[in-house]
Write a protein that binds this ligand. Structure first.
Ligand code: BGC
Ligand code: ZN
Length: 371
């Protein structure tokens, strides 16, 4: 069967590879789930993997099958699988266990190992392929009513984890009733974080570069968030105008923005960093001021990566709520479909060039989704 792959370390090496058809028996103890891939979303990570900025092939291969935002339909399950049946719509998680304590209790996203295993990213093949098989442990069911937007569940899980981390940390306050939040960045992750925060009843300001109106600004406003362009108002100014900010969710991956956000955080506030900055850039910051305010204001900054199945499940729940509260909103993310795995070049082109793209995704097996 066909798959889209790169040769890690070799820039712009994206190509079609050939893989053997997987089988439920590839997974031990009868726990295999064979999934027909329907859609796969792509993001900056895929772009960077194709640019050879990171990514590694699994042992025994010189290529890595890419794609970590999956959506598919179950074809067959092994004899020990309960609660998942052929025909179910599913999304697979991304990170696979290493050996740390956290990995052993299902929190692969919190591994302390040096090496991490992520399908489509690092040392494990991804989902830009016709079928995949995995342990039922890593397969999350999506209700049929969400099948049109199920491909957004992986980025949603990343937003859910970041927000959940903030709430967990704020248990230090015994009572935490956050009122105002800012989300930095209005790409899919930023918008999904804004959604999750709106669903929790917060007033949300989305701060992003582009001047409104854009599809991104319209999507923010459609869920009752405020949209602010940094070309008009800096993060610091926005915090003065619309704060105090109890929570800031950073989703730009730009370090100057993240450090400005530290200064913009309210007392007892929590800043969640989810954007990945691989650039190695050096910046200048008002270190003394930030440090003083952090200490005197009991502030927290936390980094958050990936997501375990708990956050995928929370994502399903919030996406179902969103479908009720903001019908049609999630569907508007699906701006740039690419038909078929063989159009991988178009996929990369849209990922780098498409203006107004929210989500570029590949329709791997469109018939399945309609059926
Ligand atoms: C993925 C995460 C992953 C992270 C780091 C992101 O694009 O959505 O699942 O953990 O990259 O590799
Ligand atoms: Zn991603």
């Amino acid at each position: 069967m066909k798959a889209v792959a790169v040769f890690p370390g070799k820039p712009n090496s994206i190509h079609l590879a050939e893989l053997p058809m997987p089988s439920v028996n590839d997974v031990p103890d009868g726990r295999g789930v064979l999934v027909k891939v329907l859609r796969v979303g792509v993001d900056g990570t895929d772009k960077e993997i194709n640019a050879a900025e990171y990514g590694a092939a699994p042992d025994g291969y010189d290529f890595l099958v890419t794609g970590h935002e999956s959506f598919g339909q179950v074809v067959e399950v092994g004899p020990s699988v309960r609660g998942i049946a052929p025909g179910d719509y599913v999304v697979a998680t991304v990170r696979r266990p290493g050996s740390s304590l956290y990995d052993r209790i299902g929190m692969n996203d919190m591994t302390t190992d040096r090496t991490y295993f992520e399908r489509g990213i690092n040392l494990r093949h991804g989902y830009l392929t016709e079928y995949y098989v995995d342990d039922a442990e890593f397969i999350v069911k999506v209700p049929a009513g969400l099948k049109n937007v199920g491909v957004l569940l992986e980025p949603m899980s990343v937003a859910e984890k970041g927000i959940e981390q903030a709430y967990e940390i704020q248990r230090r306050l015994k009572v935490w009733r956050p009122e105002r939040a800012a989300v930095l960045g209005s790409g899919p992750l930023g918008l999904l974080a804004a959604l999750a925060l709106r669903l929790r009843g917060l007033e949300v300001t989305v701060i992003s570069r582009a001047e409104p109106p854009t599809l991104n600004s319209e999507l923010a406003e459609a869920i009752g968030a405020r949209y602010v362009s940094t070309l008009q108002t800096s993060v610091t100014q926005a915090a003065e105008q619309f704060g105090p900010l109890d929570l800031i969710f950073e989703a730009t991956g730009v370090s100057s923005v993240a450090f400005e956000a530290m200064g913009a955080l309210g007392r007892n506030g929590v800043l969640v960093l989810t954007g990945i900055s691989g650039g190695g850039k050096r910046i200048e910051i008002p270190g003394d001021d930030i440090m003083l305010d952090f200490v005197l204001g009991n502030k927290v900054v936390v980094g958050s990566v990936n997501a375990n199945r708990t956050y995928f499940e929370r994502g399903v729940y919030d996406m179902a709520l969103a479908a009720q509260q903001y019908p049609g909103w999630l569907e508007r993310f699906l701006t740039h479909p690419v038909k078929g795995l063989e159009n991988y070049a178009e996929m990369i082109r849209l990922l780098t060039e498409a203006k107004n793209a929210i989500k570029v995704f590949v329709e791997v097996n469109h018939d399945g989704l309609l059926g």
